[in-house]
Design a protein. Sequence first.
Length: 276
Amino acid sequence: MTQLQKNKLYLIIRTIAAWAVALLLFFPLGWMVLTSFKTELQAISVPPLLFFTPTLENFSIVQERSDYMLYAQNALITSIASTIIGLMLAFPAAYSMAFFKSKHTKDILMWMLSTKMMPAVGALVPIYVIAQTLGLLDTRTALTFVFTMSNLPIMVWMLYSNFKEIPAEILEASRMDGATLWQEFRMVLLPLTMGSLASTGLLCLVFSWNEAFWALNLSAAKSGTLATLIASYSSPEGLFWAKLSAASFMAIAPIVVFGWFSQKQLVQGLTFGAVK
């Protein structure tokens, strides 16, 4: 076998392996979509049905029983609000760390990142008690605050990584020209970092939308997000596979479409500070 034939064989093997992994990862999502268009009897049939007459009954039942738009509205409001507030806090923090470094800057940054790695259940009891004491259980305010604090370390780290690539001489030149701190932010730094702000905001918006742990523990029917909607159809006996799949499909469809159209910005946000 010649070297050219070996290269072609390796290419075919890698292609088949890549497609196999892709199909394996897509299978749960694809099966969920198929099940959402089945009846409950078809959803639990053995062997599973691949060919059937689709129905929209599950989607109408979910809408009638749970008011999908309320949960979607809660998810949208808490995600957008937490992202905006987080960016307002992370921008000056990352700015000070990048351009006014001290000997403890890296330690502070590592400490912030370490809080993101801590299991969320470790902070559940104190946060739940605080929310209960302040009367914030089952409110959008509590979810917005928790989502903001959860994503803040990531926001600071991503913006800090981008700020480090901006030459400090540009800011020094603006100060020599008499620019105030606000003018430096608005007229110099903001235009240079608009792409990183957009990428960071989009990524953390997805994180907030997909957040399930805090949504399930701090909210219910009044301020619950789409994760709460999905959990309401979960049954240990597995009685509502079709309705659960329909609710899951309705919950993930908006963010999947959003992620598809903004994938370029999301990839850029994930590769800030990477070796180029």
